[in-house]
Unconditional design. Structure first.
Length: 398
């Protein structure tokens, strides 16, 4: 019998998408499913961006430069400058989503068998990118009790070995919503400089900070050669399907190496680059209304969660995610059960089991990730459903 690869066998399933068949089955029964499992914003993609694509004057849909259209990369430098990040167009490679930026960074900087330290819980697909690159993820645990703050320096240094080559963070964080402070970013800088490590910083949610200021890893003075920043327009402009991201670094050797991988995949999507370029021209106050809307949704969700008996959820400082601890025995079982076997007022709720965001076996079994990407009315109905479900769930623990 022909066997699939070990790499394929090791590739993890997405905790965000693996319950889709159960949600689809619930919908076929006529049940409304409130999707809090995935970071798909319901905010309308800016009309000016869509119009730029509709009115694009192209006779041939040709390849772009492998690093992305020069006009777009130059525009991005002005976007970053407005956010206090000084880079040149040569410091940017436009990628097929933020996912490709992460993979290019891993492939350019790490060899098979190298180790990367990541505070857990972390974005589940980091595990998948590590498998593709042959890299080993070494988790350092953050804790729900303090809102998933950065672990102390000692926790990192205890894990550093000769194979350690990088630290990976997401700021603001997916799945926890934690926003790293300036002092925490400076702490990371000290670690990567002391141990000669790369710092991969996923900054997909920089516009959505509710308590404190976003500090980019590219603003860390003296760590320019250590830092690779991964970015995307997906959440910023509610353009997930465009699949446009960016890998940004001032390390010339890293960018020259990453370009080889960019050339191998030829070019990023052309229409979405046009959309992204138009987005840079949106008025400076564009994010004000979107940020305020997410903050209102966050406040509703967190208040409702913490008013349910036995539930605890820290208040996230950014992004549009929260990790909640529930009085349940097993989040994977619970998240499937609520889709398969429960409905309240004709609805049920889809959440992401938190086990998929941890690398350490056994952690997160009583936690779920919720994305507050639905309107307040839908969030309230979802919380009504969750509260009633927890009253009757067979695996309730208190």
């Amino acid at each position: 019998m022909i066997k699939i690869s070990q790499r394929g066998s090791s590739m993890p399933s997405s905790p965000i998408r693996k319950l889709v068949p159960f949600a689809e089955a619930a919908k076929k029964k006529g049940t409304t499913v409130y999707h809090l499992n995935i970071g798909q914003p319901d905010i309308v993609t800016p009309e000016a961006c869509m119009d730029a694509v509709r009115h694009a004057d192209m006779k041939v849909l040709e390849y772009s430069h492998s690093a992305g259209n020069e006009s777009y990369r130059k525009k991005l430098t002005s976007y970053y400058a407005k956010n206090g990040i000084e880079v040149s167009s040569s410091d940017i490679i436009v990628t097929t989503g933020g996912s490709e930026a992460i993979l290019f960074g891993f492939m350019a900087c790490l060899d098979a068998g190298d180790e990367v330290i990541i505070p857990e819980p972390f974005y589940a697909n980091y595990n998948g990118f590590a498998v593709q690159a042959g890299v080993t993820v070494v988790p350092v645990k953050s804790h729900i009790e303090n809102g998933f703050a950065l672990p102390p320096i000692e926790a990192f240094e205890q894990l550093i070995t000769p194979k350690t080559k990088a630290i990976v963070i997401c700021n603001p964080n997916n799945p926890t919503g934690y926003l790293y402070s300036e002092s925490e970013m400076e702490l990371l800088k000290s670690i990567v400089i002391k141990h000669n490590l790369f710092l991969f910083s996923d900054e997909a949610y920089r516009e959505f900070c509710y308590s404190g200021k976003h500090i980019s890893a590219l603003q860390l003075k003296g760590a320019e050669d250590n830092v690779l920043m991964m970015d995307t327009i997906s959440k910023r402009y509610s353009a997930c399907g465009g699949r446009i991201g960016a890998l940004v670094s001032k390390n010339k050797a890293v960018m020259e190496t990453a370009m080889k991988f960019a050339q191998a995949r030829l070019s990023p999507p052309s229409f979405a680059q046009i959309l992204g370029e138009a987005a840079v021209d949106l008025p400076n106050d564009y994010f004000d209304a979107t940020k305020a809307e997410y903050q209102r949704r966050r406040d509703v969700l967190i208040e409702r969660l913490n008013n349910i008996s036995g539930v605890f959820c820290p208040n996230p400082g950014g992004a549009f995610y929260a990790i909640a601890r529930l009085p349940i025995d097993d989040c994977d079982t619970f998240c499937q059960w609520i889709l398969e076997s429960f409905e309240y007022n004709g609805g049920t709720v889809m959440m992401a089991p938190a086990t998929g965001f941890y690398s350490t076996p056994g952690l997160g079994k009583n936690e779920v990730r919720l994305a507050y990407v639905l309107n307040e009315d839908s969030i309230n109905k979802a919380m009504d459903c969750l509260a009633e479900a927890l009253k009757v769930y067979p695996g309730k623990t208190n």
